[in-house]
Design a protein around this ligand. Structure first.
Ligand code: SAM
Length: 263
C-alpha cells in the first residue's frame, strides 16, 4: 500500500478501483475523510489509494485473508529490538506485525484508524497468549495518541508513505516524537526508500525465496482474481496454495528502513 502504491500491479489497481463507488465514501469518519478524500475528487474509481481505504472498511475480512497470506520475512521480525519495555505500532491493521510484537515488548500500543480492522485485531488478540499486553487505539500517523518519548520501538508495517494522508513529514515527525531517546523508529516493507534515506533512515533487506501462502489452492485463485488479476491464470495452472511473490508481480515483505534516535 502506498500513495502511488508502487508495489501494486496495474491489473490490481484497476480491479480494486472497480469494487467501490463515490457513494461508498460516506463510510469515512470526518477525520478519515479529511486525510483520505481531500486530495482527489472522492471517486475510488479514479483513486486506488482511496479504494484500498474503502476495502479496509467495507470488506475487512477479505483484506485480512490477503494479508494473512502475505507473511513477513522472519529476518524482519528477528531484526526488530527485543525485550523492549514499550512498543508503539502505527497503522497496525489486522495485526500482521502486531502479533509478532507481543513477544518483543512488555506493553504494546497498536494504533489503527479503521474501526473494522481494529475489531479484527482485538478478536485475534483475545485468542492469543499474552494478547492482553497489546492495547489497540484509534489514531493517525500525524496525530498519535501517545506522549513524547513513549516507546523504545516505534514501528509501521506496509502503512507509512510520504503522502500527508498516510504519514508524510508530519507523520514521521510524530513517530520520532513518541520514540524515546536511543530508541528505534522502523518502517517495515517501505515503498519510498529514497525519501526515508534523505531523512536519515538506513535500509536493511533479507534474502531468500518468498511465497504468498494462501489458505488453500482455491483461495489462491479466488484472491489472485481480485488482487493480482494478471497472474490469476498462472496461479490456476500452478494449482498450489503457495505462490512466489514474483509471480504475483509484487516485491516481497523482506525489508525495512530504520533510524536510531540520539540517546
Ligand atoms: C496495507 S495496511 C497494513 C496493515 C498492517 N500494518 C499490516 O502490515 O498488515 C495499511 C494500514 O495503514 C492504515 N492507515 C492508513 N492511513 C493511515 C494514517 N493516516 N495513520 C495511521 N494508519 C493509517 C490503514 O488503516 C491500514 O491498516
Amino acid at each position: 500500500m502506498g500513495a502511488e502504491a508502487p508495489g501494486v500491479p496495474d491489473g490490481a489497481r484497476r480491479e480494486i478501483r472497480r469494487r467501490y463507488t463515490a457513494a461508498d465514501v460516506g463510510v469515512f469518519t470526518r477525520d478519515e475523510a479529511s486525510r483520505f478524500v481531500s486530495s482527489g475528487d472522492g471517486d475510488p474509481q479514479h483513486d486506488m489509494v482511496l479504494a484500498w481505504e474503502l476495502l479496509y472498511r467495507l470488506e475487512p475480512e477479505l483484506y485480512d485473508r490477503l494479508v494473512s497470506a502475505e507473511r513477513l520475512h522472519p529476518g524482519v521480525v528477528d531484526w526488530l529490538p527485543a525485550g523492549v519495555d514499550r512498543i508503539a505500532e502505527v497503522g497496525a491493521g489486522t495485526g500482521r506485525l502486531t502479533m509478532e510484537l507481543i513477544e518483543r515488548g512488555q506493553r504494546i500500543v497498536a494504533v489503527e484508524p479503521a474501526l473494522p480492522l481494529r475489531r479484527i485485531l482485538r478478536r485475534k488478540l483475545a485468542a492469543a497468549d499474552h494478547g492482553d499486553r497489546v492495547m489497540v487505539k484509534r489514531g493517525f500517523f500525524d496525530e498519535l495518541p501517545l506522549p513524547d518519548d513513549f516507546a523504545g520501538l516505534v514501528v509501521a508495517c506496509s502503512a507509512f508513505t510520504p503522502a500527508p494522508g498516510h504519514g508524510g513529514e508530519a507523520g514521521l515527525a510524530e513517530m520520532e516524537r513518541v520514540c524515546a531517546p536511543g530508541g528505534c523508529v522502523a518502517i517495515v516493507w517501505p515503498n519510498h526508500v529514497d525519501w526515508l534515506a534523505a531523512r536519515g533512515y538506513r535500509y536493511v533487506s533479507f534474502p531468500g525465496p518468498m511465497a504468498v501462502e494462501f489458505g488453500s489452492r482455491h483461495e489462491a485463485v479466488e484472491l489472485a482474481e481480485i488482487f493480482f488479476p494478471e497472474a490469476a491464470d498462472e496461479v490456476r495452472q500452478r494449482g498450489s496454495r503457495k505462490v512466489p511473490f514474483e509471480v504475483l508481480g509484487i516485491n516481497p515483505p523482506r525489508d525495512l528502513a530504520f533510524k536510531v534516535l540520539a540517546g
